[in-house]
Design a protein around this ligand. Structure first.
Ligand code: NDP
Length: 471
């Protein structure tokens, strides 16, 4: 019996996705560049072996899938995808679908589609989030492609996806690069979310002098409130863990330098290219870059000392509560930015990304999953494309939340503790709600040095200022 679907790439994500597909009653033919891995995967598939067809060549893979064939590519993003597509094409027909499920840059997805000839198979760009666990038991799936191709793969994607109160977390979000773009912004928001959590951890550690264990208990408690989310949950677990080698709290033996594979950076770059402010995401990407300057930071800490700012903050319950509410407010601003970037890209590329649906398929399966996304989905219902900060439910929350955010950013700044993403979120919020900003001065400066002209309040046309007299 032939397979219903094929999968190439049995790394962490691919192997787990293949088992997920098999477990959901679909027969899956698998292939991996390194053949030994295919054999090993099959041997370890246990009771699911009957649903898996291990293949050692791409020709064999194509033969073992029922036409028209859907084939998922779950290999390293970049050149590996181009190589695999080229190697696979000779064995496929026009009706077949290649689904790139890796973390592709959406520009590559658009290019790959454009490069297909009239007799080549269809190409679908599919973002998958949820890490190893999600891939195995239900990820969030963000698809970019035609409605016809999605209709053909929808049953299997619905089956393997995460479910939020029974609703599938898989959806078609637009044509060509839309799915991979949404995945990129998901990762950008994930960066901001993680960074803001880390900043609050920093205030609790250095401003309040708490132990990892005590901080872990605070996060654990917060996970039962409005901050309830996968990231808060794992933060509590991480802080409670003990290093086996030394018996110290695990976080205390880990180097304070975090890596990045690029998706967060792409989110910031795309926001910049679209001219849409995404300061929370940008600050989070920059914070990872600063984290890598281990040697320089050590040198600078000696050169500057504590500048007399180091002090213990008032760690009473009121401040802990402000940290909880402020973190949520910072998160709201960062999510508002991420969704705005998607709305902007959607307009720019004619994608029509449904924002409420996007929030809905992020409620379960993915790394930023939370109940909070259910409220975001509700806020976008019927008012797609408007900034989240203007949704009535969020206006109410930010009225008080922003005050807590202000308090914690101010206290941290006075104590010399860095909160770049939270501060960026606050700056964005305060600029966004300011009816008369300060760009009148920027306009005047530009006109002064470059004769760029400026607009006057309530008048059409371009004007120049009386600068020659001031010169
Ligand atoms: P792994 O490193 O575990 O596996 C990489 C896979 O790609 C292996 O099967 C490898 O084959 C294959 N591969 C690498 N280079 C080539 C090539 N030139 N030609 C053919 N095959 C190649 O990666 P992951 O499973 O973690 O990631 C796969 C994709 O999923 C990536 O795009 C990643 O960004 C994305 N992703 C990862 C997540 C995660 O949490 N890990 C979450 C969401 C998306 P071989 O065994 O022969 O080396």
């Amino acid at each position: 019996q032939q397979a219903d679907i094929g999968l190439i790439g049995l790394g962490v994500m691919g192997a787990n996705l293949a088992l997920n597909i098999a477990e959901n009653g679909y027969r899956v033919a698998v292939f991996n560049r390194t053949v030994a891995k295919t054999r090993e995967f099959y041997e370890e598939a246990g009771s699911l072996k009957g649903q898996i067809i291990p293949c050692e060549t791409l020709e064999d893979l194509a033969k073992n899938i029922r036409a028209p064939r859907p084939i998922i590519l779950m290999v390293k993003a970049g050149e590996a995808v181009d190589e695999q597509v080229a190697a696979l094409k000779p064995f496929l027909a026009k009706e077949d679908i290649i689904i790139d499920a890796g973390n592709a840059n959406f520009h590559d997805t658009v290019r790959r589609l454009a490069e297909l000839g009239p007799n080549d198979p269809t190409f679908v760009g599919m973002g998958v989030s949820g890490g190893e666990e999600g891939a195995r038991h239900g990820p969030s799936i963000m698809v970019g492609g035609t409605p016809e191709s999605y209709a053909r793969i929808e049953p299997v994607l619905t089956a393997i996806s995460a479910k939020y109160h029974g609703e599938s977390c898989s959806a078609l979000l637009g044509p060509d690069g839309a799915g991979h773009f949404v995945k990129t912004i998901h990762n950008g928001i994930e960066y901001a979310d993680m960074q803001m959590i880390a900043e609050v951890y920093g205030v609790l550690r250095d401003g309040l002098g708490l132990t990892p264990e005590a901080i872990g208990r605070i996060f654990e408690k917060w996970n039962n409130g409005p901050l309830n989310s996968y990231l808060i949950e794992i933060t509590a677990k991480v802080l409670a863990a003990t290093d086996k080698k030394t018996g110290e709290p695990a976080v205390d033996v880990i180097l304070d330098s975090a890596g990045q594979k690029g998706t967060g950076r792409w989110a910031a770059i795309e926001a910049q290219m679209l001219g849409i402010p995404a300061t929370g995401i940008e600050a989070a990407v920059a914070a990872r870059s600063i984290s890598s300057l281990v040697k320089e930071r050590s040198e600078a800490s000696k050169a500057y000392g504590d500048l007399g700012t180091a002090k213990l903050l008032d760690g009473g319950q009121a401040f802990i509560d402000a940290l909880e509410e402020g973190l949520l407010a910072g998160k709201i601003a960062a999510y508002a930015q991420g969704f705005d970037v998607m709305a902007g890209a959607s307009k720019e590329h004619g994608w029509n990304i449904p924002l409420a649906t996007t929030a809905r398929i992020w409620r379960a399966g993915c790394i930023i999953r939370s109940q909070f996304l259910d409220q975001i989905a509700a806020a976008f219902e019927g008012r797609e494309g408007k900034n989240l900060l203007l949704a009535p439910a969020f206006v109410e929350r930010m009225k008080t939340g922003s005050q807590s955010l202000r308090k914690i950013v101010a206290e941290a700044a006075l104590a010399g503790l860095p909160t770049p993403a939270l501060a960026a979120a606050l700056g964005y919020f305060d600029s966004f709600r300011q009816a008369r900003g300060t760009a009148n001065l920027i306009q005047a400066q530009r006109d002064f040095f470059g004769a760029h002209g400026f607009k006057r309040i309530g008048e059409e046309g371009d004007f120049h200022g009386p600068w020659s007299e001031a010169n």
